[in-house]
Write a protein that binds this ligand. Sequence first.
Ligand code: SF4
Length: 332
Amino acid sequence: METDRIPDLSTVREPVSRILVEKAYSFLDSCTVCPRECGINRKEGELGTCRTGVLPKISAYNLHFGEEPPISGTRGSGTVFFASCNLSCDFCQNFPISQMDYGRRVTPEELSRIYLELERRGAHNINLVTPSHIVPPILHSLVLAREAGLKIPIVYNSNGYDSVSMLRLLEGWIDIYLPDMKYSSDLWARRISKADGYVFHNRAAVAEMFRQVGPLHLDEEEIARKGLIIRHLIMPNDLGGWDSSAKFIRTELGESSAISLMAQYFPTNRARSKPLLSRRITEEEYDRALEALFKENLMEGYVQEYDSRWEDTAVPASRTGDSLSEQETRSA
Ligand code: SF4
């Protein structure tokens, strides 16, 4: 059983920010930090589906150059990989981190120092990967980092299974939202990612993110400063239901929404033994996903190129941890 204590808040200088961080930590009493609403007391060491106490674990942090072009830029994205996850996807390409929880626990103070270090090393932004289950300590770390002079934008890079209540606490602290829209079917979300109500919660979360930051805004050097980029990983057998998500995006958020369409799916983790998940996507499936973009006139964003050699490629059994860092993107 983990026995984290709530970190000392006296180092937060601004009283309004201290109240905000206190409020965020109060969600841990009967945890509703994410849509699972496990209702356990993380301050008392109880663990819910994400197996995480009060403090987050990080598995790595570094400058990354494989994100979407306006996120990686020329100097890299200051990426912090958090361990554990509130989803449990059969096909997770990072499962040693997300499902086996490999990482070390860090305090908000340490996290804020990491952000400042990444900024000193030239990062265009701080990229928080898999933050949905640890929003309270993340918010705490952002407050400390801003008070210590952090200037670069913050990227919230999530699986899209986020709580609107928690997102509202983040308003003004996150500059760029980078959520997934994985599914448009609760049936497949439950079967593949063990998530109830994914579609409702995901769409509500994405709409809230858009309300806060609006469409993607780039600076004169084509680097992202603010806005929303929605990611979708094309899955075999249309299990992600991209047509419906694309329609939602156009009707609810508008045609100027930036999309990142990814084609890199490969069967790993439990997906290798599940017939519908046990292959890469075909070129036909890739083309259909592109057609949905054109049909909804979603022309802003990035599309990962399809490589026909993938269909003949054996999937290395040990390949892990490269879901986003190796993607190749191009402007749509
Ligand atoms: S953050 Fe973790 S403990 Fe809290 S509701 Fe979500 S899965 Fe459960």
